[in-house]
Design a protein around this ligand. Structure first.
Ligand code: HPA
Ligand code: ZN
Length: 357
């Protein structure tokens, strides 16, 4: 007969304290600014600007209600349409960063979709985001950078025009171009010219692929767009050559755990993330749309730690993984890495709770 395992023994897997996981310094690189707007804020903005929100954005209390990804995306677009001034961007950015900092977030790359806000110029939007980010940094220390996301639905030519606009208004905090929206709306190949132009100007490149689409989408992102990171990428599990290639190249995958997404087959997502980690991919965890889909990143950490039986070493590895995937300049990343390392060491004795012997 074997001895009963002690689930709180440091040598064992699992049992990490929620307080510890919340306090862990965290960095994420895959988070949509407009997916950070809580329903109460969306309703306030929509009323101010006379925008009609879908029922699922109005009557779900603290949560948005939607049955599937497509319906969620419709709500997301309505929330985008409710942000019509630089001050709206400032308020949303500030609120989202301060909220996340309460759960240990120290660095975030925020994507936003300029094409979903036709009332504003690119510079008005970035100006608002930067003002909100500055205020959040002064209050909490959280550092952020911006990813300009191309909405696939608008096609390749509009994407090229967007990149031209980005290059005409350079901001050091804008570090990358991304691609999001409905993965069924257009192949990555449509966006080659936009990505080529962004790369030539020194911007980093990322793209959503392999969340709803198949692995050929991901191969296009790698071979035709030349991405430096893959957002989601679960479909790699269906293609052993792609899996081996990306494990060897160490290209970062920004995965999302989504404990609060009842419409998604959550168990399947958890299995995928666990399988990707087991396959040796360079994986970090991200909240994606913390207000729309939920939850905040620290809640993902708490759930993933319990479900996957994280050790302290696992928790520390995931805390640092977002920095490895970051597109911030080397000085900023190294500064954050030093801070994280010191903080992880300081927190280590608390990993199993204050009363643990
Ligand atoms: N996936 C794709 N596009 C998006 C998302 C998402 O979760 N959120 C906002 N745009
Ligand atoms: Zn996303």
């Amino acid at each position: 007969m074997s001895a009963m395992p002690n689930p709180t023994a440091p040598a064992d897997r699992g049992g990490l304290s929620a307080d510890y996981l919340r306090a862990l310094p965290k960095a994420e690189v895959h988070c949509h600014l407009e997916g950070c707007v809580p329903p109460r804020t969306a309703v306030r903005l929509a009323e101010r600007h006379g925008v009609a929100l879908p029922a699922g954005a109005r009557d779900g209390g603290d949560r948005y209600r939607f049955r599937d990804f497509d319906e969620g995306l419709k709500i997301y677009l309505a929330v985008c349409r409710s942000m019509q001034t630089a001050e709206d961007f400032e308020a949303v950015t500030y609120e989202s960063l301060v909220t996340a900092a309460e759960g240990g977030l120290r660095y975030r790359e925020m994507a936003f979709n300029p094409q979903n806000h036709p009332e504003l110029t690119y510079d008005e939007m970035v100006g608002g985001i930067l003002a909100g980010a500055r205020a959040a940094r002064e209050e909490t220390g959280v550092i952020s950078r911006i990813v300009v996301a191309i909405n696939r639905q608008f096609g390749g030519e509009a994407a090229l025009n967007l990149v031209r606009e980005v290059l005409a208004h350079p901001h050091p905090e804008v570090v990358a171009i991304g691609l999001d929206g409905d993965e069924k709306a257009g192949r990555p190949a449509e966006f080659v010219a936009a990505y080529d132009l962004a790369r030539a100007a020194g911007l980093k490149l990322t793209a959503h692929a392999g969340e709803h689409g198949d692995p050929t989408e991901m191969v296009e992102c790698l071979d035709l767009l030349g991405v430096d990171r893959i957002d989601h990428g679960y479909a790699a599990l269906l293609d052993s050559a792609l899996l081996a290639r990306t494990a060897a190249s160490r290209i970062p995958y920004s995965a999302c755990w989504f404990i609060d997404y009842p419409e998604l087959e959550v168990e399947g997502r958890r299995r995928d993330v666990a399988a990707m980690a087991a396959a040796g991919l360079n994986l970090c965890l991200n909240s994606d749309d913390p207000a729309l889909i939920g939850p905040e990143l620290h809640e993902d950490f708490i759930d993933a730690a319990a479900q996957l039986g994280w050790t302290v070493a696992d928790a520390e590895q995931y805390a640092l993984a977002g920095l490895d995937a970051s597109f911030a300049d080397d000085t900023t990343v190294e500064h954050l890495r030093a801070e994280f390392t010191a903080e992880l060491e300081r927190l280590r004795p608390t990993a199993y709770g204050a009363n643990h012997q």
